[in-house]
Design a protein around this ligand. Structure first.
Ligand SMILES: Cc1ncc(COP(=O)(O)O)c(C=O)c1O
Length: 406
């Protein structure tokens, strides 16, 4: 199989039709991949093929089209399972990371004496569901703090014998910090707590082996790793998934129903009530094929190289604050502020240059408070971005500063 070493990025870019688009009359420079990645033709075509050649419902139809749709849908579970070193029945398709975490917050059991531990660098999707669970049960929500560099301060971990759930982000969507998951997972397990990994920002950038990390559950979204929106993944250890009650109930998730009672279907169907996002799941399978064709190690190397390069270029600017650790401990993204210029103004001016970045609280308001800001700018390259694009972005930032000092 060819890897990216055998391709040129210019060739790879041809697979992504949107990268040829003009925005405001300029070539699109898409640096907002942490929000959602772009999609290659192979993924777009897989959706078209499903709807034009074998559109049908899964699991129920006794006809050729239904058989094919079911086969491809089940194949998608297998591809995701292999992607993270799990087994097929441990892969539940959801809409996104948010839904995966909500599923857990509605099915895991905690009591009034228990506590749930998260961190100060979580996305709202890994905060609000736990706040709600605490409100329903009286459990307490506790936070692992961050240090000045933007890394977790594990010496101040609140994990104790009453901790039932520890849920932590792998890569912060604001700081880019890569957290020491194996270590925190062990800290949770030493206290008999369950460990949940939010892999929304890491799954697109690095190989994840759930067995090696020993996480109990893991959530990620397809749309950040080349797949369409509306398809997400919840991984869970088989014995844990078997022990949980279902989240949503109805068709597709039962093995038997009588007037007053029902029995659940085998995994993963037990957690996939109703008609699923069939085309999304198949397209996620196509996205994983694409990632594997390029090679995840190559993707990681290229993105990390781009992030390091961007950090060096940004360091040339005066009056800039960069949040989070140095290049060694970060990946995927860089958040910053230009002193005295609102992030929305920065993003708006860059947009006129065809450059798409993210600006705002990045769905991490508690972290913004810790950082002492209301909003930041964020750039997040992926393997199809280039150093030329980074150069144009940095020179455009200088122009933004000039506009505001006139
Ligand atoms: C770290 C992290 N967790 C969770 C999410 C939520 O992902 P989704 O909106 O796809 O559910 C995001 C999205 O940006 C994220 O960055």
């Amino acid at each position: 199989m060819k890897s990216l070493k055998d391709f040129k990025v210019s060739e790879i870019r041809k697979d992504f039709p949107i990268l040829k688009e003009k925005v405001n009359g300029k070539n699109l420079i898409y640096l907002d991949n942490s929000a959602t990645s772009q999609k290659p033709n192979q993924v777009i075509d897989s959706i078209k093929e499903y709807y034009s050649k074998y559109n049908s419902n899964v699991h129920r139809a006794i006809h050729k089209l239904g058989e094919e749709a079911t086969l491809k849908y089940e194949e998608a579970h297998e591809k995701v399972a292999k992607f993270i070193n799990a087994s097929k029945e441990e892969i539940i398709f959801t809409r996104n990371t948010t839904e995966s975490l909500n599923l857990l917050s509605y099915t895991l059991k905690v009591g009034a004496k228990d506590n749930i531990v998260i961190t100060e660098m979580e996305h709202h999707s890994n905060i609000v569901p736990w706040q709600q669970l605490c409100k329903r049960t009286g459990a307490k929500l506790r936070f692992i703090p961050i240090d000045k560099e933007g890394k977790l301060d594990l010496t101040k971990s609140p994990i104790d014998n009453n901790t039932k759930i520890v849920s932590v982000v792998h890569v912060s969507n604001v700081l880019g910090t890569v957290n020491p998951i194996k270590k925190i997972c062990k800290m949770a397990h030493d206290r008999k707590a369950l460990f949940i990994l939010d892999a929304a920002q890491s799954a697109p950038h690095q190989k994840i082996d759930v067995k090696d990390l020993d996480v109990d559950f893991m959530a990620f979204s397809g749309h950040k790793l080349l797949a369409p929106t509306g398809i997400g993944v919840l991984y869970g250890k088989k014995k844990l998934l078997l022990s949980l009650d279902p989240f949503l109930t109805g068709g597709g998730m039962i093995s038997d129903v009588s007037k007053n009672d029902s029995k659940w279907a085998d995994l993963p169907n037990k957690f996939e009530a109703g008609t699923p996002n069939i085309s999304g799941a198949i397209a996620l399978g196509a996205a994983i094929d694409y990632i594997e064709m390029i090679g995840m190690d190559e993707i990681q190397r290229i993105t990390k190289d781009l992030v390091t390069y961007t950090m060096e270029k940004l360091a040339e600017l005066d009056n800039i604050s960069i949040y989070g650790p140095g290049s060694e401990d970060r990946t995927a993204l860089i958040s910053f502020n230009l002193v005295g210029i609102h992030p929305h103004d920065v993003a708006e001016i860059l947009d006129k240059e065809g450059i798409a970045i993210r600006a705002g609280h990045l769905c991490a308001k508690p972290l913004m408070k810790v950082l002492g800001v209301n909003a930041v700018c964020r750039i997040s390259p992926y393997f199809y971005n280039t150093k030329e694009e980074v150069n144009y972005f940095v020179s455009s930032l200088k122009k933004v500063q000039e506009v505001f000092t006139q």
